[in-house]
Ligand binder design. Structure first.
Ligand code: ZN
Length: 91
Protein backbone atom coordinates (compact mmCIF):
# COMPACT_ATOMS: atom_id res chain seq x y z
CA UNK A 1 0.00 0.00 0.00
CA UNK A 2 1.31 3.42 -0.97
CA UNK A 3 1.48 6.23 1.57
CA UNK A 4 -0.33 9.36 0.38
CA UNK A 5 1.11 11.79 2.92
CA UNK A 6 4.00 13.98 1.88
CA UNK A 7 7.31 13.18 3.49
CA UNK A 8 10.43 15.32 3.79
CA UNK A 9 12.34 14.98 0.56
CA UNK A 10 9.20 14.26 -1.45
CA UNK A 11 9.65 16.09 -4.79
CA UNK A 12 6.06 17.39 -4.57
CA UNK A 13 7.04 19.56 -1.60
CA UNK A 14 9.27 21.76 -3.75
CA UNK A 15 8.28 24.94 -5.53
CA UNK A 16 10.13 27.44 -7.71
CA UNK A 17 11.54 30.68 -6.33
CA UNK A 18 13.60 33.53 -7.78
CA UNK A 19 15.42 36.47 -6.22
CA UNK A 20 14.62 38.97 -8.99
CA UNK A 21 11.56 39.24 -11.18
CA UNK A 22 9.70 41.76 -13.27
CA UNK A 23 6.02 42.42 -13.67
CA UNK A 24 4.46 42.60 -17.07
CA UNK A 25 0.91 42.71 -18.36
CA UNK A 26 -0.38 39.43 -19.75
CA UNK A 27 -2.84 39.29 -22.67
CA UNK A 28 -5.84 39.76 -20.39
CA UNK A 29 -4.32 42.89 -18.83
CA UNK A 30 -3.48 40.92 -15.70
CA UNK A 31 -0.08 41.61 -14.12
CA UNK A 32 2.10 38.53 -14.04
CA UNK A 33 5.60 38.18 -12.67
CA UNK A 34 8.44 36.67 -14.61
CA UNK A 35 11.76 35.58 -13.08
CA UNK A 36 14.78 37.60 -14.26
CA UNK A 37 17.32 35.68 -12.20
CA UNK A 38 18.00 31.93 -12.05
CA UNK A 39 15.05 29.97 -10.70
CA UNK A 40 15.84 27.81 -7.67
CA UNK A 41 13.85 25.09 -5.97
CA UNK A 42 12.74 25.51 -2.37
CA UNK A 43 11.10 23.03 -0.06
CA UNK A 44 7.94 24.11 1.74
CA UNK A 45 8.62 25.23 5.31
CA UNK A 46 12.35 25.79 4.88
CA UNK A 47 14.30 29.07 4.61
CA UNK A 48 16.97 27.90 2.17
CA UNK A 49 16.87 26.93 -1.47
CA UNK A 50 17.83 23.37 -2.32
CA UNK A 51 21.36 24.60 -3.17
CA UNK A 52 21.62 26.40 0.20
CA UNK A 53 20.84 30.08 -0.50
CA UNK A 54 18.74 32.05 2.01
CA UNK A 55 15.50 32.76 0.15
CA UNK A 56 13.15 34.15 2.81
CA UNK A 57 11.93 37.12 0.80
CA UNK A 58 12.33 35.78 -2.72
CA UNK A 59 9.35 35.63 -5.02
CA UNK A 60 7.57 32.28 -4.83
CA UNK A 61 6.13 30.68 -7.94
CA UNK A 62 3.79 28.18 -6.38
CA UNK A 63 2.11 27.37 -9.71
CA UNK A 64 5.33 27.13 -11.72
CA UNK A 65 6.72 23.59 -11.84
CA UNK A 66 10.44 23.68 -11.15
CA UNK A 67 11.33 21.59 -14.19
CA UNK A 68 9.06 23.45 -16.60
CA UNK A 69 11.84 25.26 -18.48
CA UNK A 70 15.28 24.01 -17.48
CA UNK A 71 17.13 26.82 -19.32
CA UNK A 72 16.84 29.29 -16.43
CA UNK A 73 16.92 26.76 -13.61
CA UNK A 74 19.73 26.62 -11.08
CA UNK A 75 21.83 23.58 -12.17
CA UNK A 76 22.59 22.61 -8.58
CA UNK A 77 18.91 22.57 -7.59
CA UNK A 78 18.09 20.61 -10.76
CA UNK A 79 20.62 17.89 -9.97
CA UNK A 80 19.60 17.58 -6.30
CA UNK A 81 15.92 17.30 -7.25
CA UNK A 82 16.69 14.78 -9.98
CA UNK A 83 18.38 12.62 -7.35
CA UNK A 84 15.39 12.95 -5.01
CA UNK A 85 12.98 11.96 -7.76
CA UNK A 86 15.02 8.85 -8.53
CA UNK A 87 15.09 7.83 -4.85
CA UNK A 88 11.43 8.61 -4.41
CA UNK A 89 10.24 6.57 -7.40
CA UNK A 90 12.31 3.55 -6.37
CA UNK A 91 10.68 3.34 -2.92
ZN1 ZN B 1 19.64 26.63 -6.61
Amino acid sequence: MKAQRMRPGDPRRFFSTAQFYRLHAASGGELVSEPTSPVHAKEMGTRLTVCGLPADNWFKYCDLPFDNDPSDRCPECVSVLAGLRRNHSSQ
